[in-house]
Write a protein that binds this ligand. Sequence first.
Ligand SMILES: [Zn+2]
Length: 317
Amino acid sequence: MIKIHLSGWWVAFIICVFTSCNTINEENLANDNRLLIVSSFSIISDIIQEIGGEKVLVYNLVPIGMAPHTYSPTPKDVKFAQNADIFFYNGLNLEGGKSGWVFKMIYALGFDTNKVFMACKDIPAMYLQDENNYKEVNPHAFISPRVGVQMAINIRDALVQSDKKDSVFYVVRAENYIRQLQNIEREYQEKLGSIPQKQRVFIASEQAFQYLANDYNLTEGYIWAIDTDKNGTPKQMMNIIDFIHQHTPHHLFVESNVDRRPMEAVSEATNIPIYQHPIYSDELGKPGQTADTYLKYLKYNLEQIYNGLTTDKTMYK
Ligand SMILES: [Zn+2]
């Protein structure tokens, strides 16, 4: 747990004694004149960096390889959050809402909530429902590039509001970035729109792709609706196998950060192959790898989904 009754200096001091303080100029945070931004996970951190350029220092919390739904901040995270000028989170329940880990951290630090921004502001929520009729907001809106455009606008506005002297800089960079996002969005419309409706059957492990499916008219199948420690129950397996028999997709997809075994079992039971490359859901690729920026992530996913939906399944058998 985070010790909140110590003053900022003490916590910083203790953390520096017990951990090795290296990387992004940790000791010099107070003298760094860039806007220090703490952000909850890789996709938002990347958009902020693209728009903020050299005027911002972005510190990302959830490391790539970990799902952002639950997370325990490290002492180093706490140090950056204490020094941060502003804080970004996704919202739509990605970080567990007001009782989740982001707000626990913000409240524990007494961080000014006027300086906390939600990247998914004004994005209408879609809902997940599991096989026991438990309902919750689907946080994975950013998988759709149409949502990505709105997130970039929200992030631009928050930067402009927080650092008025550099507002022109942010507006110009955002304009260029948003144009690139809009071009990708058009590609999604064109490519996915060119696939006959009956063939637009997209199946992944988790029902994370609901916003994308809704925006581009895909019929979405999944093993589990809500990510829990009980993924791939017998009931979930029966439901997806039924769904596959009704829709006969060309391929099944597996996300980069899930356990592949449930989908492998589905593939075996239905004789539908898993597409050769993983797709990305709630994280970017590691730096230097495929899909290591949000723009590349969107392009990469489109290519895999388009190929998987249109390529004859016998090709990879
Ligand atoms: Zn997720």
